[in-house]
Design a protein around this ligand. Structure first.
Ligand SMILES: Nc1nc2c(ncn2[C@@H]2O[C@H](COP(=O)(O)OP(=O)(O)OP(=O)(O)O)[C@@H](O)[C@H]2O)c(=O)[nH]1
Ligand SMILES: [Mg+2]
Length: 694
């Protein structure tokens, strides 16, 4: 593949709801751009975009994946992204380096939840957008109905650039309104010709709408338009290009990825009107180690600046690091500097991505995307520049992990290997995290959904040879008190020789929820000498971590030491530590203790027809609905729900909503556990303690 300059490179990301047809469209784009190549199919497991074994067996995309095609002397880097919410990190990483997003949606009734999400992500990045309504060669498809829905959802800037010729199983091609020609398509072959007579009226109507929309995006054109003068073809075409770049016009395309209908016209429009890497707004970066802003211009003769947006680990070949050049040109053997890590980095070989394969690249120019191998230090999120010009580009804002499960090694021999494997997985996917949580004595893996975590556990075994079992994580309950008590803790031991003596009186008081812990010294007259007070505090704190009722952390409590006694010879720090700890544990049991449970804040987005069922289900999980929003045919239910009731919620939600629901969840606060549940938790804790002591 030859080298293209930035004004001929388009980095285009395809995004949309799970299973809407992104990968199929991406395949079609690459195939139309390179007709001699084989057309891959998701269903046959041979798509160049879905090549990982998890993708081919499940027939869904899991990673963002790239391949380039050449069309009319332009290079299109097509970035296919997964639609499942579990892999939103990949979507964001792909968008981070794109010049434009094509939102793909099925041209059948009902624009899906995932579409709206992708729209929001592209809003955050201020990316120009287009919409491709796919799967039109199908029963029950309806381009005009979906177009209306898209306009309701995304605004009246959404204007068709192509219209279908024929419909459903009689779809024959598309009319390209930018050149007023027809593309007739059959079995992957496209012939360009005149617009069929029966379409002439509709084509004229929509061409007029397009011209009007272009005029509305530019004051000068609008003035001309209002004066009744017609715009020249050049004015329309220039105006369209600017309007797409500014986002004041969102081109809508009709077609079918599977049967390659409308794909030729799409590629023509991309080459003619879509923003190139050179058009992308100047990037505001920072000088490493300071807040000083620097504007990075897309200049192939400038200082090399590149951003690593994705890492793929091949256990035998090492890491493949995907990057976009924001400035300069990458030549073989060049030594650069990783400003994010303050380390030198030598770039030996690099490639152009081509799905699962890669193509040798003699150099990578500004605006283009490449893969580097065998880098020593660098990984996802790093900016590479030169030692004399250290630059940090804005990082990808990734979604935070929202669900957790616990894992246990299947065999004792693997215990040591778990964290090595998990850390490699995190390198590849920063939305996957892990860690041992002492409070619940389990290793948790955290991610964006159950499918995400299932897949990671599979990868851990396949790529790093570690087998783990997923288990339900313990809930980090807390203990607290509900009334004030005064209590003595006395530790006295006389065992010949030197004895031990510590005696304290504590006043325990509840603090408001979230109040944490306070320790106050109210001792007067030196009845407990000042040098022992920190030991008392230490003992109290240690006991708070151990718990008194069921072994959970004690919180929201104030402990004041107000009295006690000491022995001039036998008293020591350790004795007072023990006395403090004893007093606290006893006191908590006397102070009407309560168990607290973590409550999560939840937002569920679902099509309206499922609202009743989803709310009923939340009620049965002890959820409290705190608000409802409805927009664009979707309901967003806001609620708080105990964490203990949310295990495997995404599976339930998927089955309740036929895969069309989405949710986000984060920790909110702690609330008392209802009385009925408390006894059960205490019993379980007791049982576990006994088992451990066996
Ligand atoms: N008839 C028809 N089927 C399609 C079309 N696009 C996709 N499909 C089928 O729909 C299914 C899902 O297609 P994909 O291309 O994998 O969808 P996707 O959006 O990439 O899915 P995820 O990446 O998992 O979100 C496959 O069985 C495709 O063959 C289309 O344009 N027409
Ligand atoms: Mg896909």
């Amino acid at each position: 593949m030859k080298n293209y300059t930035a004004d001929k490179i388009h980095n285009i990301v395809l995004a949309g709801h799970g299973g809407c047809g992104k990968t199929t469209l991406a395949e079609a784009m690459v195939h139309v751009g390179n007709p001699t190549g084989r057309l891959g199919r998701v269903d046959d497991g041979n798509s160049i975009f879905d090549f990982d074994i998890d993708e081919t067996t499940r027939k869904i995309s899991i990673f963002s994946s790239l391949a380039a095609c050449e069309h009319q002397d332009h290079k299109l880097n097509v970035i296919d992204t997964p639609g499942y919410a579990d892999f939103a990190g990949e979507v964001k990483a792909g968008m981070r380096v794109a010049d434009c997003v094509i939102i793909v949606a099925q041209g059948v009734a009902g624009i899906e939840v995932g579409t709206d999400k992708c729209w929001k992500y592209s809003d955050e990045l201020k990316l120009p957008r287009a919409i491709f309504l796919t799967r039109l060669l199908k029963e029950h498809s309806d381009f005009y109905k979906s177009l209306d829905q898209a306009r309701d959802m995304f605004g009246h800037q959404a204007v068709p650039l192509t219209l279908p010729i024929g419909d459903q199983l009689n779809l024959k091609g598309v009319v390209d309104l930018t050149i007023m020609k027809a593309f007739l398509e059959s079995e992957g072959k496209s012939t360009i010709g005149e617009i069929p007579g029966e379409m002439a009226g509709k084509a004229k109507e929509y061409r007029d709408k397009l011209v009007e929309a272009v005029a509305e995006s530019d004051d000068n054109l609008m003035e001309k338009f209002l004066n009744g003068d017609s715009l020249t073809d050049q004015e329309v075409s220039d105006g369209l290009k600017t309007a797409i770049r500014k986002g004041s016009l969102i081109p809508v395309f009709a077609g079918d990825g599977y049967f390659q209908v409308g794909v030729n016209a799409l590629l023509n429009s991309i080459a003619a009107f879509f923003p190139t890497a050179a058009d992308t707004e100047e990037v505001v970066a920072k000088k490493a180690g300071s807040d000083e802003e620097i504007i990075i211009k897309c200049d192939s003769a400038g200082t090399p600046v590149l951003f690593m947006f994705k890492t793929f680990i091949e256990p035998h070949a090492g890491n493949l690091n995907y990057f976009r050049m924001y400035s300069g040109t990458l030549e073989p053997g060049i030594e650069l500097y990783n400003a994010s890590l303050s380390k030198a980095e030598k770039f030996g070989q690099f490639y152009f991505p081509n799905g699962k394969d890669r193509i040798d690249a003699p150099k990578i120019s500004c605006g283009d995307i490449g893969i580097a191998v065998k880098l020593k230090e660098s990984g996802t999120g790093d900016t590479i520049s030169t030692k004399n010009n250290q630059i940090i580009l804005p990082e990808t804002v990734l979604p935070k992990p929202s669900i957790s499960v616990a894992v246990e090694a299947k065999s004792k021999d693997d215990e040591g290997k778990i964290s090595v494997g998990l850390s490699r997985l995190n390198e590849e996917d920063p939305t996957f995290t892990y860690g041992f949580v002492p409070e619940i004595r389990q290793t948790l893996i955290n991610g964006l959904g159950e499918l995400h975590l299932d897949i990671m556990v599979g990868r851990l075994k396949r790529k790093f040879g570690v087998e783990v079992t997923i288990i339900k994580p313990r809930i980090p309950y807390r203990e607290t008190i509900s009334k004030k008590v005064e209590i003595q803790g006395k530790h006295k031991k006389q065992s010949g020789g030197h004895g031990q003596y510590g005696d304290v009186w504590l006043r325990l008081e509840p603090l408001p929820r979230g109040g944490g812990f306070e320790f106050v010294d109210e001792v007067v007259g030196g009845v407990v000498p000042g040098n022992f007070i920190p030991s008392v505090e230490k003992g109290v704190k240690a006991a708070m971590l151990e718990g008194a009722v069921a072994g959970y952390h004690i919180v929201d409590l104030k402990a004041a030491i107000y009295f006690g006694s000491y022995h001039p010879v036998d008293s020591s720090g350790t004795s007072f530590e023990i006395a403090g700890s004893m007093a606290l544990k006893k006191g908590v049991l006397d102070a009407s203790p309560v168990l607290l449970e973590p409550i999560m804040k939840l937002e569920v987005a679902i099509p309206e027809e499922f609202a009743g069922q989803v709310m009923g289900d939340l009620n049965s999980r002890r959820g409290r609905i705190s608000g409802m929003d409805s927009a664009k045919g979707m309901q967003v239910i806001k609620a708080t729900v105990p964490q203990g009731e949310m295990y495997k919620y995404s599976t339930s939600l998927r089955s309740m909503t036929q895969g069309r629901g989405n949710f986000e969840m984060e920790f909110s606060h702690y609330d008392p556990v209802p009385f009925e549940a408390t006894q059960k938790i205490i019993e379980e804790a007791k049982k576990e303690k006994e088992e451990k002591q066996k």
